[in-house]
Design a protein around this ligand. Structure first.
Ligand code: COA
Ligand code: MG
Length: 290
């Protein structure tokens, strides 16, 4: 069971040396070192070199380090992937992916850049075409490094002209389809960013909403968002307690070979055992980071 916690995924501009350094002290599960939207065209080459050097030197501990590259269709994409491949982060995040063919092209580019089979490919789900092709895109995970979907709702808002409003109702379909398509192929699926850094209450509400939709975690833009995000996306003490009770009940000799039993008065099936095992694995992985 892969139980790598990916609750808090903090973006930082690759051109911002201070942020790359500060990240070594932050409790984010994942660092997304950005070469794309947050880096101006004139600064692309310098940011690429700076990110590659930071990754190579390391010091990020157990944090998963992912480099967000520019799209292959841009003048920078191939060089970004080549530089990342030489520096060996845990993987790359590619923007504006719209088809299975693009996933395969990215995977091939990773191989050419020297990434091992254990590196992961994360992709942004952020254009109308990506939403309409989610099933096909997710299915490309079968023969590639594709492991994670990341919602890009700022771009999707721009492309569709839908507005987030107070509760993101205009994006429910896209969010739910992304989670469903991702789960169909066993992917991790991460929610989009919350832009209003000063609004802690609104941020927490959006974390909880993302959890209800089934997201594994949320992308973040500021260190002040990490703690709340980690708390919301971690299994609660009660969930861990229940999960352990389910595992213990199925392990009893009298329940050997049974498909359904009663635990604490509730009907409990093997599917609940599977989920309980996942919850405990995630909780243990989180505890091992603290
Ligand atoms: N990652 C790491 N460190 C960050 C950070 C981030 N995303 N955002 C801010 N910090 C650091 C600052 O460097 C500063 O460090 P210091 O205390 O050592 O001086 C501290 O956190 C406080 O920052 P603050 O002054 O509140 O913010 P700012 O005005 O410096 O930066 C933003 C505001 C929005 C420019 C910045 O948060 C940012 O660049 N966020 C990420 C943007 C991004 O990557 N977008 C692409 C994906 S949507
Ligand atoms: Mg984007």
């Amino acid at each position: 069971m892969t139980a790598r916690p990916r609750r808090s995924c903090l973006y930082m501009p690759g051109a911002n040396a201070k942020a790359l350094e500060k990240a070594k002290t932050l409790a984010a599960d994942v660092l997304l070192l950005d070469l794309e939207d947050s880096v101006a065209p004139e600064a692309k080459a310098e940011a690429r070199a700076q990110v590659a050097a930071a990754v190579q030197v390391g010091g990020y501990g157990k944090r998963e380090v992912i480099v967000r590259v520019n799209a292959l269709a841009t003048p920078w994409g191939r060089d970004d992937i080549a530089a990342a491949g030489a520096a060996r982060p845990d993987g790359i995040l590619a923007p504006k992916v719209e088809s299975a063919a693009e996933v395969r092209a990215l995977d091939d580019a990773m191989s050419a850049a020297g990434f091992g089979a254990d590196a992961s490919l994360w992709i942004m789900i952020e254009t109308p075409h990506s939403i309409l092709s989610l099933a096909e895109i997710a299915a490309a995970a079968k023969r590639t490094r594709l492991a994670v979907f990341v919602m890009g709702l700022n771009d999707l808002a721009k492309e569709t002209r839908a507005r987030a409003g107070v509760n993101r109702a205009a994006f429910f379909t896209a969010m739910s389809l992304a989670v469903t398509a991702g789960r169909a192929e066993g992917l991790t699926v991460i929610d989009g960013v919350y832009n209003d850094i000063a609004d802690a209450g609104g941020f927490e509400a959006e974390c909880r909403q993302g959890l209800e939709f089934g997201f594994d975690g949320k992308t973040l833009i500021h260190p002040s968002q990490i703690e709340t995000c980690n708390a919301v996306f971690a299994p609660t003490d009660e969930e861990i307690f229940r999960a352990r009770a389910v595992i213990a009940a199925f392990a009893l000799p009298e329940n050997a070979g049974k498909g359904v039993i009663k635990v604490d008065g509730r009907m409990t099936e093997l599917l609940h055992l599977e989920e309980a095992t996942r919850v405990v694995a995630v909780a243990e992985a989180i505890a091992s980071r603290a």
